[in-house]
Design a protein around this ligand. Structure first.
Ligand code: SF4
Length: 443
């Protein structure tokens, strides 16, 4: 009888992509996916280290698994992802319920780890070996059949922002071979994908050299643009320093590249950017912004902001607010700084919590207002939506517009996977609500 595997995924899109590839991989050694954790013979936690108190949350999660299986056969318990990478052997010592610890660059070993598993022997694999990982996955069919599919093209980071754990958990920057990416993209599109979201911790730092020619993310976008069945291309997450002219140019040459740029800046103050070791100034960011707007005035921008990073005074906070006057960011993320163990900023003196909370409130109000305003401006207009799935309980469809905003509207399942024209009649901060329009062209 086939064994069952359940994967609980935390964190970013890259973990989601990895979890799907783990499913694809271990299917070949007799594990079938289950959506019900209680049926699992193998329980995998694909963890995220970006979250506050990430390590402790994983141990709490294990506590829940133990409880769930109290009167059942213990599943093979695997910790994958960035917490596994950061904590490695420590996890096996601290929590005997864990059987296997496997870091994100060692997933090519997961089949062997599971095949050779015995409950009497613990195993840990946390080497940085991206080449072997992607060569291994390259031989395994990608079965993702989602309308909007992730495709990892790059992993790791060499930039070492002082607040960030990624360089320690995902290792140095690695770019997959161009041909390997295009081959996988073809398979995903054959499975039904109409949108591909290219992923990487520094996705626009993508650089692969073959026969003395350098392939950049712009080459991938231009190639995907030729796929007739594909409607949309996106990428995330990018760094301002790597927004090169060839990539900016894609916003005029590739009709399928969506006019929505998620470009983290973290602060509108040069002093803070320097303290964070961001390797760019506000002026560099604005230059990129202006070039993009010039090439395609329709583009909307989204960003990440860290509020209350050690050293931030009212002056620097005000500079961030000033930046918000220049760029009307939508769909953005803002967080109060919280130290991550192992990073340079881990031991810096933090700012009074009441002050940071107040600053966060101010900035979020501005960011949310931008979003509300934009959504409101779409009411009574017809917009183009890529229909991703149906909401069974509401008998309605779910999709996204070109700026990645959620759209909910009435319609039947036959529209899934198509671009639909939807007339918006209502909006709130996060969602547009509409009705399917027939025979009309979207704005
Ligand atoms: S560039 Fe991004 S991934 Fe790299 S260290 Fe900075 S925040 Fe982390």
């Amino acid at each position: 009888m086939k064994k069952k595997v359940f994967i609980k995924t935390f964190g970013c899109q890259m973990n989601e992509y990895d979890s799907n590839r783990i499913y694809d991989s271990i299917k070949n050694i007799g594990f079938n996916k289950t959506d019900n954790p209680i049926n699992a013979d193998c329980y995998i936690l694909n963890t995220c280290h970006i979250r506050d108190k990430a390590k402790e949350k994983v141990y709490h999660e294990i506590g829940r698994v133990k409880k769930l299986f109290r009167n059942k056969k213990k599943p093979i318990t695997v910790i994958a992802g960035c917490v596994a990478q950061a904590e490695n052997q420590e996890m096996l010592k601290r929590e005997p319920y864990i059987d296997i610890v496997v870091g994100p660059q060692s997933y090519h070993k997961i089949n062997d780890l599971l095949k050779n598993h015995t409950f009497s022997k613990k195993n840990e694999e946390t080497e940085f070996d991206s080449v072997s990982k992607f060569n291994f996955f390259d031989k395994i069919k990608n079965t993702n059949s989602k309308v909007s599919a992730y495709l990892t093209i790059q992993e790791g980071c060499d930039k070492f922002c002082h607040f960030c754990v990624v360089p320690y958990t995902r290792g140095p920057e690695y770019s997959r071979p161009f041909d390997q990416i295009i081959y996988e993209a073809e398979k995903i599109v054959k499975n039904g994908a109409k949108e591909i979201i290219l992923l990487g911790q520094n996705v626009n730092a993508y650089s692969h050299i073959k026969n003395k020619k350098e392939y950049r993310i712009s080459n991938i976008i231009n190639k995907l643009n030729q796929f007739t069945e594909l409607e949309r291309i996106r990428y995330t997450t990018s760094h301002p320093k790597d927004m090169t002219d060839d990539l900016i140019e894609c916003y005029s040459t590739s009709k399928k590249l969506m006019p929505f740029v998620h470009l983290p800046i973290q602060s509108g103050s040069d002093k803070m950017l320097s303290l964070m070791n961001r390797k760019h100034k506000v002026e560099d960011y604005l230059k990129v912004y202006k070039k993009l707007i010039k090439i395609n005035p329709e583009i909307k921008f989204s960003s990440d902001f860290i509020i209350g990073y050690p050293g931030e005074t009212e002056i620097e906070f005000q500079e961030t607010l000033n930046l918000l006057k220049e760029i009307k960011f939508i769909n953005s993320f803002s967080f109060i700084f919280s130290p991550r163990p192992g990073t340079k900023a881990a031991n810096l003196e933090t700012i009074d919590e009441n002050i940071t909370k107040e600053r966060l409130k101010i900035i979020q109000e501005k960011l949310f207002n931008n979003q509300k305003e934009l959504n409101k401006s779409m009411e009574n207009k017809i917009i183009e939506v890529l229909v991703e799935n149906n909401i069974e309980s509401q008998k309605r469809l779910f999709g996204r517009n070109k700026f990645l905003t959620s759209v909910i509207f009435e319609g039947n399942k036959s529209h899934i996977g198509n671009l639909a024209n939807v007339r918006i009649y209502k909006s709130n901060q996060n969602t547009l609500f509409g009705k399917l329009e027939k025979n009309m062209k979207a704005a």
